[in-house]
Design a binder for this molecule. Sequence first.
Ligand SMILES: NC(=O)c1ccc[n+]([C@@H]2O[C@H](COP(=O)([O-])OP(=O)(O)OC[C@H]3O[C@@H](n4cnc5c(N)ncnc54)[C@H](O)[C@@H]3O)[C@@H](O)[C@H]2O)c1
Length: 328
Amino acid sequence: MQILVTGGAGFIGGHLAESFLEDGHDVRVIDNFEPFYAEGIKRHTLDVHREVASESDANYRFVEGDVRNPETVREVVDDVDVVVHQAAQAGVRESVDNPRKVTDINVDGTVNLLEASKEADVDRVILASSSSVYGKPKSLPYEENHPTEPVSPYGVTKLAQEHMARVYTELHCLPTVCLRYFTVYGPRMRPNMAISNFVSRCVNGEAPVIYGDGQQTRDFTYVADVVDANRTLLESDAADGEVLNIGSSDNISIQELAETVRDQLAPELAIKYESAREADAEHTHASVAKARELIGYEPSRTIAEGVGEFIEWYEANRVWYEPLVRGS
Ligand SMILES: NC(=O)c1ccc[n+]([C@@H]2O[C@H](COP(=O)([O-])OP(=O)(O)OC[C@H]3O[C@@H](n4cnc5c(N)ncnc54)[C@H](O)[C@@H]3O)[C@@H](O)[C@H]2O)c1
């Protein structure tokens, strides 16, 4: 199978491309190295892809390009069986500061992808959406039919993307599936996320910093679970035209997360608190019943287990990753 991963030099797209290559698929990646965080992390990911591709004898091609350019997108989608669309300006705070750029990438870029996929008659487009589409919880855990009232420009762009995908399915019979990821973590994760921050501070003997009172709750989803959901969808039409939550098995507060990391690495440290950041959701918690029913999705790790694995990975990769994660 020929798969296109947009944003494939990034954290989640990088893991997806790596796993597809391991399975022997031919993989094309498009990424523009958006300077949101250290490029070195993305370069490292591309090196991993080349290594895996040579071991599994799969075809691998990296295209440095921008999904905002319709011509580039048309060229890269040509001959592709499945498009896995991860390219986006992620990050709620960036979207507050720069809403137009986030809209250009996340909405216009997605339209380019859908339009090219329709023209090329691809079998399926799988799109990365986000728990940010829910915004204000009326009931938890979120089921997919919970009202959507995003509280950030980022959430609005992800919701617009979902609607655009639905319309392409309805109008043009282009099979699409939107996966609402709930805070994803794991090896090579983006800097400036709670887990990478807490770990990099604690291993250096610095207190973890919580923004707000720490009572915000989150699902933290291990990246391998996100990969599993996408892998299943390569071959399955069971969720065509649907949106699915992709979350974790347990839900914890930021306070508990900071304590989990601190207790594993530096129990003597006291936790620090700074003022809350605007447009962060208060609580997110996924019901994964629909994903379980349609695609057999099952989160594989508790947060304590996943955090333990991430810490192990961090320590083994500290030499190259830490300067990049702390310098961003
Ligand atoms: N990480 C999370 O917790 C999380 C949660 C919910 C949803 N998501 C979504 O998952 C997807 C992947 O997120 P991530 O955490 O891997 O982020 P990431 O920033 O690591 O990856 C996104 C990649 O897209 C690339 N990109 C950005 N603009 C581009 C453009 N115009 N053209 C081509 N490439 C471009 C970036 O260079 C980057 O490599 C995104 O769509 C994000 O919105 C992530």
